[in-house]
Design a protein around this ligand. Structure first.
Ligand code: B12
Ligand code: SF4
Ligand code: SF4
Length: 231
């Protein structure tokens, strides 16, 4: 039996080591933000179990290596999806896996179309109290990328409410006091439940002594029970 467009693309990306692939209807997002394209392919790739094991004590060089591996993998997968959709006559454009100058507002720490928006719209997960995308399969231990397109891909069921419940594991693990403990929903602004500046400050304070020039931490990833579930 011939696979349809969405199944074929999902199989292709998963064969390229994507952990999760979903399709999003982006109609609630303003047209200029999604570059006039109505849908998105959301792709998640998972951290290695060995990387996560050390994260409870903060960022380390293996995390940096895995971070770079996943950024390269996701960029390659996104460019492959763009080419594959283009060959079939569809418009497609990849959002940068790692934001580039001009695509990011430094004072507010925001990108115009966050990868997490495409991911929740594709049904890959919800936004946790730690402000990361939480997937049932890997918890927050994933990095994300997004391809915008006009291809007629079947939209997943959007997730618009938190599934964190009473859990406060990330709040207790966060050295920067960035996590308020409030539950996310799709209408709630990041600032209303998470302090991105406090997180960034703590990430940098932890990275500097390790000689890591990126802004990494991930203690909230190690603490999340959805992450522990995959070990
Ligand atoms: C700025 C930034 C930071 C800042 C601010 C963090 C933040 N949460 O905004 C700092 C420097 C602190 C940071 C730190 C980290 N980051 Co960072 N960061 C980004 C970046 C470049 C932009 C995020 C952004 O625009 N934020 C603005 C706010 C408004 O958006 P948001 O929180 O990302 O998402 C909101 C919307 O998606 C909204 N939403 C969800 N669904 C829907 C649906 C609709 C219809 C609407 C309207 C809105 C909506 O809810 C979310 C929460 O409010 C993204 C890459 C990207 N281009 O998306 C990576 C990204 C968010 N970071 C990531 C990671 C992994 C980290 C770190 C673990 C360190 C690291 N680099 O490994 C820490 C963890 C911090 C944390 N607990 O969130 C991953 C997250 C993966 C995941 N599982 O969610 C991303 C997606 C990078 C990637 N390519 O994978 N980061
Ligand atoms: S990455 Fe670190 S500082 Fe930022 S929210 Fe998670 S635990 Fe807190
Ligand atoms: S640790 Fe608990 S509260 Fe935090 S994101 Fe994971 S499930 Fe949600």
């Amino acid at each position: 039996m011939r696979l349809d467009l969405g199944e074929e693309l999902r199989e292709r990306l998963r064969a390229g080591e994507a952990g999760l692939v979903g399709f999003a209807d982006l109609s609630p997002v303003p047209a200029e933000v999604r570059l006039g394209l109505p849908r998105a392919v959301s792709v998640a790739a998972a951290l290695r179990a060995e990387t996560i094991a050390g994260l409870a004590e903060g960022p380390h060089l293996e995390f940096l290596a895995d971070y770079e591996r996943l950024n390269a993998l996701l960029t390659e997968l996104a460019l492959d999806a763009v080419a594959w959709l283009g060959e079939r006559g569809y418009q497609a454009t990849a959002l940068a896996t790692v934001v580039q100058p001009g695509q990011f507002d430094v004072p507010t720490l925001t990108s115009p179309l966050p990868h997490k928006t495409a991911a929740t719209r594709a049904g890959l997960g919800w936004i946790g109290k730690c402000a990361l995308l939480i997937t049932e399969q890997y918890g927050p231990a994933v990095r994300l990328t997004t391809v915008l397109t006009d291809a007629p891909l079947p939209g997943g069921a959007p997730i618009e409410e938190s599934r964190c419940g009473e859990c406060v594991a990330c709040l207790e693990a966060c050295p920067g006091e960035a996590v308020s403990g409030k539950l996310w929903n799709a209408g709630r602004a990041r600032e209303d439940f998470f302090d991105a500046y406090a997180c960034r400050k703590s990430c940098r304070e932890q990275c500097e002594p390790q000689g890591i020039s990126e802004t990494l931490c991930g203690r909230c990833i190690a603490a999340c029970p959805w992450t522990r579930g995959r070990r």
